[in-house]
Design a protein around this ligand. Structure first.
Ligand code: SF4
Length: 185
């Protein structure tokens, strides 16, 4: 799990790049309560396979969640690189908590799919169940989605590239920022 601290509270509301096809999903994210949402090019997503180290060593959820990169058959960061190359546009969603992050990004994915973007896919991490059913079968496989970092996305670098707030936390009581990404087409 990555924890983020808000460094720039004044930047938490609104969107700055709402143009293009992804613009309507930016508006939708804000209407649903996102602190911020930005339409970006998929090529602006920063990849770094070192995220795998941080997942595998030190995360208490390793081996305990179906959306974790430890799950059988999980896509590895070095494989996701080729998948990401096929996308052109995305929406980066900034929320104050994990549950709203997942709810909003999944709703955006669904809307984009209905709009004809049939490869729309959200990366949000899964907090649908209080405790993951793993190793029993996933309870909500249609909605469970991996986190950005689980696929090798450097969330810090990706958010900072958009001038969005993010920094490491000293402890879990500090203000958290959650980021999710919706790949549109
Ligand atoms: S939906 Fe529930 S069981 Fe499935 S991955 Fe998410 S937390 Fe685990």
């Amino acid at each position: 799990m990555l924890l983020f601290k808000d460094r720039h509270p004044s930047r938490m509301a609104g969107s700055r790049k709402a143009g293009g096809k992804a613009g309507r999903y930016v508006a939708m994210a804000l209407e649903m309560g996102a602190a911020s949402a930005v339409a970006i090019r998929a090529s602006e997503v920063v990849l770094d396979p070192r995220t795998y180290l941080k997942c595998m060593y030190g995360c208490k959820d390793w081996g305990r969640n179906w959306t974790c990169p430890s799950a059988p058959g999980a896509i590895k960061p070095w494989d996701f690189k080729n998948i990401l190359k096929r996308y052109k546009s995305a929406v980066l969603v900034h929320c104050p908590d994990k549950k709203s992050s997942q709810k909003i990004s999944y709703a955006l994915e669904r809307q984009a799919f209905v709009d004809g973007h049939y490869f729309a896919f959200s990366l949000s991490d899964c907090s649908l169940c209080d405790q993951c059913a793993h190793p029993e079968p996933c309870r909500l496989p249609k909605q469970a989605r991996p986190a950005m970092q689980a696929l090798g996305i450097d969330v810090y670098a990706t958010a900072r590239r958009q001038d969005l707030p993010i920094s490491t936390l000293k402890n879990e009581n500090e203000t958290q920022n959650w980021y999710s990404l919706v790949l549109i087409e």
